[in-house]
Design a protein around this ligand. Structure first.
Ligand SMILES: O=C(CO)COP(=O)(O)O
Ligand SMILES: O=C[C@H](O)COP(=O)(O)O
Ligand SMILES: [Zn+2]
Ligand SMILES: [Zn+2]
Length: 309
């Protein structure tokens, strides 16, 4: 099946009160692990590429790997640009065959965010591509930008309504307390569900996106630390909190850190347990397997998108 936009799968997810996983891809093993998991779960899928991923793997390699992955499947798969920082990168990805782009102008003042987003929406819609934008600012690291907790701001519900109306955007990333990376909460995990409920009510039927939604699964943190890693105190969004978010307007849940941790844990374990091995296929294969089973778990037990195609 050719790549699809997220329009229909979001509509179905909204009505069904489940979410679609948007997983960050950086190389072949990550793409294969995620796609194999979605195939087994019969779930729609969003594969997302950051500017950092494009820099690491080169745009053409990632595009061809995704094309190879969808060759033998009829799953609806979206190819999405994650955190596009300006019109130019969005245009490049649209011209390159992406079916969805994110313009993240959330670090600009409100009016500028609207102007930049509108320009991307016009270009994208004229070519059948959908657009995600962001309002409010998450704490944490994304590409070269590191937003400190004091600079993070939650999404204002009334501004969200105005933003959606004036930009014509197809989905909106909101800030309600999640953050990028493996250190999301100093104390107890806490999300602003009241704010989420208000935004959902005001934007009835409109798909919302939750960034920074990795759970930082303790089993992988422990494995990393057991096999020579040093990532103490890592903490993410508990899975039941993500399920609750999906029962409101959240249709897309972004996961990158959990992929990184699963892969790193498996590779560390493989290398430590078999010190004589120097065949990368063995440890990268273990990494791919760990990604596949983690993603299956997310789809089946957290996102709720199994058997929805
Ligand atoms: O939001 C993300 C990608 O845009 C990923 O968030 P995590 O760091 O929680 O995986
Ligand atoms: O939101 C950020 C994603 O996790 C992508 O991270 P990256 O920019 O390091 O590829
Ligand atoms: Zn952002
Ligand atoms: Zn993000």
């Amino acid at each position: 099946m050719p790549l699809v936009t997220s329009k229909e799968i979001f509509n179905k997810a909204y009505d069904g009160k489940y979410a679609i996983g948007a997983f960050n891809v950086n190389n072949m093993e990550i793409i294969q692990g995620i796609v194999d998991a979605a195939k087994e779960e019969k779930s729609p899928l969003i594969l997302q590429v950051s500017a950092g991923a494009r820099k690491y793997a080169k745009p053409a390699y990632l595009k061809k790997l995704v094309e190879a992955a969808i060759m033998d499947t009829d799953l609806p798969i979206v190819l999405h640009l994650d955190h596009g920082e300006d019109f130019e990168i969005c245009k490049q990805c649209i011209d390159d065959g992406f079916t969805s782009v994110m313009i993240d102008a959330s670090h600009h003042p409100f009016e500028e965010n609207i102007e930049i987003t509108k320009r991307v929406v016009e270009y994208a819609h004229a070519r059948g591509v959908v657009v995600e934008a962001e309002l409010g600012r998450l704490a944490g690291i994304e590409d070269a930008v590191n937003v400190s907790e004091k600079d993070a701001t939650f999404t204002d519900p009334n501004q969200a309504v105005e933003f959606v109306k004036r930009t014509g955007v197809d989905s909106l990333a909101i800030a309600i307390g999640t953050s990028h990376g493996a250190y999301k909460f100093k104390g107890e995990p806490n999300l602003d569900y009241e704010r989420l409920e208000k935004i959902t009510q005001l934007l009835d039927g409109f798909p919302l996106v939750l960034h920074g939604a990795s759970t930082v699964l303790p089993e992988f943190v422990e494995l990393c630390n057991t096999y020579g890693g040093n990532i103490p105190g890592a903490k993410g969004v508990p899975e039941e909190m993500l399920r609750r978010a999906a029962s409101f307007g959240v249709c897309k849940i972004n996961i990158d850190t959990d992929l990184r941790l699963a892969m790193t844990a498996a590779i560390r374990k493989s290398l430590t347990e078999d010190p004589k091995n120097f065949d990368p296929r063995k440890y990268l294969g273990a990494g791919r397997e760990a990604i596949k089973s983690m993603v299956r778990h997310k789809i089946a037990n957290v996102l709720g998108s199994s058997n929805t195609i």
